[in-house]
Design a protein around this ligand. Structure first.
Ligand code: HEM
Length: 159
């Protein structure tokens, strides 16, 4: 089922807030969980819109690495699809990629924090539910591991 053409069934929406309007009708604000690749494309685009505008993260992508967005965005969609739907679409190698980025611009803990804040915000602005929670939890785990490895490496280099 494609979310773009057909909205998810009602039971897949979760009420995130409800209140009574002036006529005393109960209004529910409901959001869907992540369900399709199209949802992940939406999430990834939404996230990188924020990243591109972030004063320190933006230049890493746009200037320091000069990322080829046409290949990076589908790669990120594959990465998340593999995590949430076990598609095998992403083949790995991300640690090596970030070591290369770190060689150009040290990836300090604050940068991981900002990355995570933007990712969590992007998920929460679009989705509610178990997959949305799983995406955030996995992002946190990956960021913690990368931050620990890269932090260790950077201390060794300086010390
Ligand atoms: C300080 C935080 C981070 C920065 C500045 C950063 C930056 C980058 C950049 C510049 C690239 C593209 C490299 C290229 O195209 O040559 C990249 C690739 C990628 N990033 Fe990050 N990243 C960060 C954290 C994360 C985290 C926490 C995750 C996962 C949860 C992640 C997942 C990925 C993946 C899957 C790729 C594609 C790797 C590949 O297959 O080559 N990144 N990142």
């Amino acid at each position: 089922m494609k979310f773009a053409t057909q909205p998810p069934p009602d039971e897949l929406y979760r009420t995130v807030s409800s209140f009574k309007n002036e006529q005393n009708f109960k209004i529910h604000i409901a959001m869907p969980d992540i369900q399709t690749r199209a949802d992940l494309e939406n999430l990834v685009n939404h996230f990188y819109e924020k990243v591109r505008q972030e004063p320190e993260l933006g230049p890493i992508f746009n200037e320091i690495v000069n990322v080829d967005w046409a290949s990076h965005l589908p790669k990120m969609v594959n990465f998340w699809e593999n995590i949430l739907f076990q598609t095998g679409a992403y083949k790995g190698g991300m640690m090596y990629t970030h070591l290369q980025v770190n060689a150009l611009m040290p990836l300090r803990p604050e940068l991981f924090e900002r990355w995570l804040v933007l990712f969590f915000r992007s998920v929460d602005e679009l989705f509610v539910g178990p997959r949305a929670e799983a995406a955030k939890a996995q992002a946190l785990r990956v960021a913690e591991v990368m931050n620990a490895k890269i932090g260790y490496l950077n201390r060794e280099r300086v010390g």
